[in-house]
Each structure stands twice: as C-alpha cells, then as structure tokens.
Design a protein around this ligand. Sequence first.
Ligand SMILES: [Zn+2]
Length: 353
Amino acid sequence: MLKHYWVAFFVVVSWAVSFTVLDASAGDADPLYRACLNKCGETGCVGQRCFPHCNSSSDGVSVDGPWYVQEPLYQQWKQWDCQSDCRYYCMVDREKEREAAGDGPVKYHGKWPFKRVYGIQEPASVAFSVLNLVTHFHGWISFFILLYYNLPLRRDKKTYYYFASLWHIYALLSLTSWFASAVFHSKDVDLTEKLDYSCAVAILGYSLILSILRSFDVKDDAVRVMVAAPLLAFVTTHILYLNFYKLDYGWNMQVCVVMAVVQLLLWAVWAGVTRHPSRWKLWVVVVGGGLAMLLEIYDFPPYYGFLDAHAAWHATTIPLTYIWWSFIRDDAEFVASNQVKRLRNSNVAKKAK
Ligand SMILES: [Zn+2]
C-alpha cells in the first residue's frame, strides 16, 4: 500500500515536472522579446539603457560553441554579462507591457521574471542555498564532534560507527552542491548551470548509494564496492553526457526523479521495518521531502519578484537538513553503542570459556 502510494505520487511529480519544463519558454518565445534581444545584441542597448560589456565583446569572438572551446575567459565573461543584461532588461520591459495589458508573468529561459539585487539574479534562492550550506556545515561539524569527542573510540582511535566515512563524503558533496546552487542562482550562464546540474546529480546518486548501504546495513567493503560501482559508473556517465554531449533537461529530470524516488522508498520501507530509536526523524524527512517536491508542481511565479516555488523549495530543505543530520548523529550513537555492547558480550563469553 505504502509502495503504491509513493509510486503514484512520484509519477504525478515527474509528469508535472516534465510539464513545467516543456512549458518553460513562453516568455522567450514571444516575438517582441526576441526582437528586443536581437536589437540589444546589435546596439548593446535596451531603450535608454546601454551596457558597456556589449560594446567591447563585438570584436569578432564567436558567441557560438560551448564555454570550454572559447579561449579568453574574460571575453566570455563579458559576453555573459552582455547577454544577461540584454535578457534582463528586455524581460523587465516586456513584463511591464504585459502587466499594463493585464497579463500575468511568464517564464523566460525556464525562469520566472525575478528582480535583481546587486546583480544577483535570484536573491531568495541564493540566500536559501547559502542557508542550506550552513545547515549542512553545522550538521557535519556536530556529527564530527560527537564521533570523535563524545562517543567511545577503538584503541586505534577510530570510531565504532562504520558508516562515518560515508557521511563525511556526503557532507563534502552536499556543501559543494549547495555552493554550486548559490553560484548558479546568482548568475545563470552555461558554465554555472552545468556545474549546478552536475553537482545535483552527483549528490543524488551518492545519497542513493548511501541509502542502500545504510538500510541494508552493509559493513563489508567488497559488498559496498559491488553496490557502489555500477551506480557510480552510471552517475559519472550521466554527468559527462550532460556536460559534453547534451544538456537534456527532460532526460535529466527523469534520471533525478528515479534516483530520488528509489532512495525515498528505501528510507521509507526501512523506517517502517527497523527498530531504530530515531526512525520518526526518517519519517519526517521522507514525508517532508515528498511534500516539498509538491512545490515544484505548483510552480508559482515569484511574490514581489522574489519568492517563487523553486526558492520556497530550497527554503523547506533547510529544516529537513537539520533533522536529517540529527538523525545521522542518532544513528552514529545507536550503531556505536550496539557495537560496544556486542564487543563486551563477546569478551564476557570468551572469559566464560
Ligand atoms: Zn535551485
């Protein structure tokens, strides 16, 4: 019953997400917006506003081709500045016209019309990404302190919690991906977009591996490698595909949704069968994470040009991350104390012989 619920839930989510992805370009398909962009590309101006970066980049450097083929990065950066200024002010003007005509906002290049703050494209998403990063950092540090200062250690000063190193890698990947998310939402160009997508895929793939290893309590290194290798190979191939072949949003969304569904299912089923003292925290994160994904379905435009559904989604993961690290700390305590008890019992048994 539970399984059916989740499968149905994620079919709906993936359908809605793919729908919003397909529907993303209503704004930039608008001929008036297109005309404005073309004019801005030629003159470097939108209305009375002219952009210095647009003038200096028109010296014969090709605008086409991926970023890594184009030699001088500063030239590329100027083009990015020019392109984003043109897009932004054409969008602002077009949205004003639409508002005057009584029309609601539409998306441009897959994003709602946001107000810039100090050149930052989506300030709310950037702020929440940074807060997610800080929450992960806090969680990781407190996990570290618990492991090495508060819990019993082996004679060789290693922890009894045999998932510790996996969570350390998880923390590093999470910090990197929230950093990439903050950069991407600050300035959306080809490079930052690919970085953000690659990091998101990497952390999703890695946490899928972790969910399998933890829920099946895999201790043996050889088995761990056997589980991780095919998944790592797939995730690496997928990231290379996105970066060097085609940034296929629809396909990427399917891959991400499947990886998210499988790990949420695993945690949910495990939370249902385990006697873990903190399983309720797992439930909160699984249900909360599922509900948070609803925000991607009700993809509402930004309030006052700031808080849209995506930013709200990034906001909801902050408390979930806090609870998640609290679960990880509880898990460390639970597993370590079981290990210590087991060792004590086996010592007692040995002495009795
Ligand atoms: Zn984001």
